[in-house]
Design a protein around this ligand. Structure first.
Ligand SMILES: C[S@@+](CC[C@H](N)C(=O)[O-])C[C@H]1O[C@@H](n2cnc3c(N)ncnc32)[C@H](O)[C@@H]1O
Length: 300
């Protein structure tokens, strides 16, 4: 697309747009290319494709969430909290925690659910590719904190004999799309978790402090058969000694947890081991996959 076409499509000044495009080309978001002897244009790159809203692996909704004024405001409260102010950054900015804020603001709740769904599409694909045996032998699976059900929809699509239960807060499941093989159930994981052969917990525990994780995991333990059940946790494991391409993502998310959650954090394997043990689980395995998530299986 030429600068001319782009400016008229966006209805903006060519000279300002030129400067923005020059910057984005430098960072490989777009590529500049001669279209003819006299005209110069812009083409997409793999990076800009991730930011468009229609691709299978689009991350557009995640970028829209993180750059929303609601999610940016807590960053301005972060240093006060780090320096000893009792009030957590998100609560200092908005008066309530992020999940209560979502319950009261359906528009922001949708932004979060859509953002989580685009991350889940990439994450679940990596879990199925990197750890296909993790779902073997399961007839029922409950996704605790499953958002709009995207993860479970993909899992049930790949393992159609599994009956999925997508469990999340009532205001989340009440607007989740229907999908074959997936039942939506509303409630709080701090009260009760629906029974199933296994529990799936993806990017949920990192939102919470150790004590909260222990409470959630105890509820999960009660929901599964004590002899054959397991909890499948899909989360980052930080502090791994070996170098890997996703190291920076886990560390970045740890900063995001500081700004946006109630004392959530990304955990090392030693920190994970502590919460599993305190919640009454006797053993666990960790498998690293081609994602910033790892697959952790824990057993009663
Ligand atoms: C970071 S999102 C992860 C969503 C999904 N598991 C994924 O990976 O895309 C955390 C989810 O936990 C849910 N959640 C928060 N508090 C909850 C509670 N008390 N009980 C059940 N779900 C809860 C939120 O509504 C949200 O959908």
């Amino acid at each position: 697309m030429t600068l001319d076409d782009l400016a008229s499509e966006l209805k903006c000044s060519q000279s300002t747009l030129y400067r923005i495009m020059r910057f984005l080309i430098h960072y490989k978001v777009f590529q500049g290319k001669p279209i003819s002897e006299t005209t110069f244009g812009y083409t997409q790159t793999p990076l800009s494709r991730l930011l468009t809203s229609n691709g299978k692996h689009s991350m557009a909704d995640l970028v829209l969430l993180e750059s929303s004024s609601v999610m940016l405001a807590p960053w301005h409260k972060l240093s006060a909290w780090v320096l000893g102010n009792e009030e957590l950054p998100f609560e200092a900015a908005h008066g309530v925690d992020v999940w209560r804020f979502c319950a009261e603001n359906p528009g922001h709740s949708k932004l979060i659910n859509d953002a989580m769904a685009c991350d889940a599409r990439i994450g679940v694909e990596a879990v199925i590719k990197g750890c296909p045996k993790v779902f073997e032998g399961l007839r029922t699976l409950v996704d605790v904190g499953g958002g709009d059900g995207t993860a479970l929809r993909l899992i049930v699509g790949a393992y159609p004999w599994i009956k999925g239960i997508n469990f999340d807060l009532p205001h989340v499941v009440s607007v989740a799309p229907e999908s074959e093989g997936v039942e939506h159930v509303g409630g709080s994981m701090f009260d009760n978790v629906p029974k199933a052969d296994a529990v799936y917990l993806m990017k949920v525990l990192h939102d919470w402090a150790d004590d909260d994780c222990i409470t959630i995991l105890r509820k999960c333990r009660k929901a599964i058969p004590q002899d054959t059940g397991k909890v499948i946790i899909v989360e980052a494991v930080v502090g791994r000694e070996e170098d890997h391409e996703f190291k920076g993502v886990g560390l970045l998310l740890d900063m995001v947890m500081m700004a946006h959650t109630s004392k959530g954090k990304e955990r090392t394997s030693k920190e994970w081991s502590y919460v599993f043990h305190e919640a009454g689980f006797t053993r666990f395995t960790i498998k690293h996959i081609r994602s910033y998530h790892s697959v952790i299986e824990i057993y009663p």
